[in-house]
Design a protein around this ligand. Sequence first.
Ligand code: FAD
Length: 554
Amino acid sequence: MKVAIVGGVAGGASVAARLRRLDEKAEIVLLERGPHVSFANCGLPYYIGGVIRDRNRLLLHTPGSLHAVFNLDVRVDSEAIQIDRSAKSVTVRNVNTGEQYQESYDKLVLSPGAAPLVPPVPGRDLPGVFSLRSLPDTDAIKAFIDERKPGRAVVIGGRFIGIELAENLHRTGIQVTIVEMMDQVLLPLDYELAAMVHQHLQSRHVQLALSDGLQAIELRDGGGLKIVLQSGRSIDAEMAILAVGVRPESRLAQDAGLALGIRGAIATNEHLQTSDPDIYAIGDAAQVTHLVTGGPTHVPLAGPANKQGRLVADHIAGRAVRYRGVQGTSIVQVFDLAVATTGLNRKQLEQAGMSYQSAIVHAAHHAGYYPGASSMTIKLLFGPEGQILGAQIVGAAGVDKRIDVLATALRAGLTVFDLEELELAYAPPYGSARGPVNLIGFVASNTLRGDLKVITWDQVAALDRSRDFILDVRDPEELVAGSIEGAVNIPLRQVRSRMGEIPKDRRIVVYCAVGQRAYYACRILAQHGYDVVDLTGGYTTYSQAVGPRSDSSG
Ligand code: FAD
């Protein structure tokens, strides 16, 4: 059996190494266009920021080490430029010499990744304008910073890579502006959680230009760049990084007549075979099934690429394996915050036409009485039967373990009722007897059982003051933080004694700071015959979402 693999990094190297563990005799040829295989693309921003100091640490393997350990035939600087499916061979071009040759295969695996999208604007090729995918890109950015010592940078695009770059450029002393076409950064987040990130970026003096796109990049008289935005505004900087997303590298597949899917990604079946069963596609170039919708999706993340590589190796080795789907679990550091998601967000659920409800809690990452507790915000999206459809968390500590529990629960098909019962590790320095995951399970389950009705922050503006009575159950000293217009303050402790002030003929919309006291008040009032709803996430979420969005374009 001869297996040729196009792309020698996350997905490609995974296929090769796994296949060798399953088949000592297979001939495995790994073709990589660039000068490096199996490098740590996810570490590149942190090398630019100086967190990772030793460049060699980014090289997880060399062709020599892959040959020594796995007996792989690794060819760097070797680009696959054409596939002849009837002859089952690939034309390979040496990118240094231009020399070409044919390489035959029994099975071919495409893991060519995705290239940074470069917006077709004037000035995109000017010196000082970069994008980031490879080690050579990283070297170019780092050399520019070391030699030119830029004072200001503009990052175009507020997605994962843009945010990581903004943080790492800031770390080197550069003043950073992020330009983002949408009204929020980090699109897997719903707006109210993204707003927390906006405020945090502002607190770290990273400027945001939201709802604005790149129009052109010009050279400034006297040096430097002028970044012209679609709004007409311009920003002066010494460097710009284009990080607006990625485009699957599917040209090779397309030229070979393989079927493409959304965003031009290579269509695959449940075994990750393309429309030609002897050719597989994985990673950032492939369209796969989404675990939650069951429909096609394109999720360019390292974890799925690695796991898909492993699965393809198993399938090639004759094992009966099936790819169940990708769920898009991700996490990114934004200065002192961790931002993590799994599954679908509100927009995606609406696009998929799936019915859902949501709940938000703000919970301490470990026992509040133990020093150092910090708050995290968890949003859970769940279906009518309690199915977990998606989760988002923003917080300073303990976010990674909570998203991993929720991601595991989603994959295992657990429901919000199971989250109530999860028995998770607890001692005061690590968690709470009823930890954040239990808490979001309680709130979601209460909602489905009818013990609690909720509204979300974006429904507040549409409340009809003649029919809705807004009840704020915080203590009076908390009101300095602000309140919802027209709300009447009756602290939780006084709700029973002052019930006469709460009208029976109107719906009562209750809120407190984070939701817990409002829930208690809702239960009291509901048992006294009131029609009552809770503002999920409380005033904290509401004020974060409607507050100034730290947009430097105003
Ligand atoms: P890649 O790892 O990109 O490998 C594809 C390789 O194929 C490339 O080296 C390319 O040169 C080669 N190639 C392309 N065409 C050909 C051809 N015709 N012939 C030969 N070789 C070819 N994901 C996360 O989950 N978490 C993170 O924190 C994270 N951080 C990231 C940070 C950065 C800066 C970048 C760029 C990506 C990051 N990612 C992260 C995404 C992650 O790296 C990718 O999802 C993953 O590498 C995809 O694996 P892949 O095998 O599909 O493609």
